[in-house]
Design a protein around this ligand. Structure first.
Ligand code: ARG
Length: 260
């Protein structure tokens, strides 16, 4: 995770961001701290911190730094110049932490865990708005694993982790309309128990959820239907208010990158 010390809305690179709707700095820091405390104290996750840096306000969304697989780290090739400025900083940190750093050919954009999520031993890969489709072959080659590319169809859900969240090896949250027909088929084939969320829940970024064992951390305000569906499956819910990060088009999951 990365503390939101320099987090602001400094540009508009997705439909949620507006320079006219600035994030409240004090509130953002408080919301981030609650997430950090929930993960470390309640859920006993070990969290490493990336040093914040001025001039790269979206660095807080560490899910986009890259994809960590064991000790290998595939660094992102960001689509937008505003975020490309994060790359050298991420690279230095990752190398210093002892990972083997890998990059994809520059011509392929790739936004890390934002667009690449493990489900059932396969890597589901979302492309179009941020990552490029051909990057999936590079990923498969590097990781010696099955990579399933799915095209994202709705600009509001521009990263895979805004419309899909693996919960365990059977269940995942998703917003089906964010995918095209082929993508929906791929997901229905891969996920035994797909839980579709309503458009209202999707717009609240409930799919941007973090699963830690049977605990799920997600944006507060989800519908009672969804809460019931999750509780029936034995999940414990930890809703958090992450309003200041929603203004940048991100929520709980975007603020963390899994390393294991
Ligand atoms: N403002 C950031 C961007 O547009 C938000 C990133 C959200 N991250 C995510 N993994 N969905 O790039």
């Amino acid at each position: 995770m990365c503390r939101p010390t320099y987090y602001t809305i400094a540009y508009e690179i997705n439909p949620w961001m507006s320079l006219k709707r600035q994030a409240n700095h004090r509130r953002a820091l408080m919301q981030w701290t609650r997430l950090h405390e929930l993960l470390t104290r309640r859920l006993k996750a070990r969290v490493k911190l990336l040093t914040p840096k001025p001039g790269v306000p979206d660095l807080v969304f560490t899910a986009n730094a890259g994809l960590a697989v064991g000790r290998t780290f595939i660094r992102s090739n960001f689509r937008h110049p505003q975020r490309q400025r994060e790359e050298p900083h991420i690279e230095r940190h990752v190398k210093r932490s002892g990972f083997r750093l890998v990059t994809l050919p520059r011509r392929y954009r790739f936004e890390g865990e934002g667009d690449a999520l493990w489900m059932n031993g396969a890597l589901l890969f979302g492309f179009r708005f941020r990552s490029d489709a051909p990057a999936h072959e590079e990923l498969a080659r590097l990781l010696h694993t099955q990579v399933l590319p799915v095209e994202l169809a709705d600009r509001r859900f521009y990263h895979l982790d805004t419309c899909f969240a693996p919960l365990d090896d059977r269940a995942a949250l998703w917003f089906p309309k964010a995918f095209d027909r082929y993508g929906r088929k791929v997901i229905e084939g891969l996920v035994e128990d797909p839980i579709s969320v309503s458009e209202a829940d999707a717009k609240r970024f409930v799919c941007n959820a973090i699963a830690v064992g049977r605990s799920i951390v997600l944006q507060e305000g989800s519908s009672s239907t969804l809460r019931r569906q999750l509780m029936r499956r034995g999940f414990r819910l930890y809703p958090l208010d992450l309003s200041e990060f929603l203004k940048a088009g991100g929520s709980a999951k975007c603020l963390v990158l899994r390393i294991f």
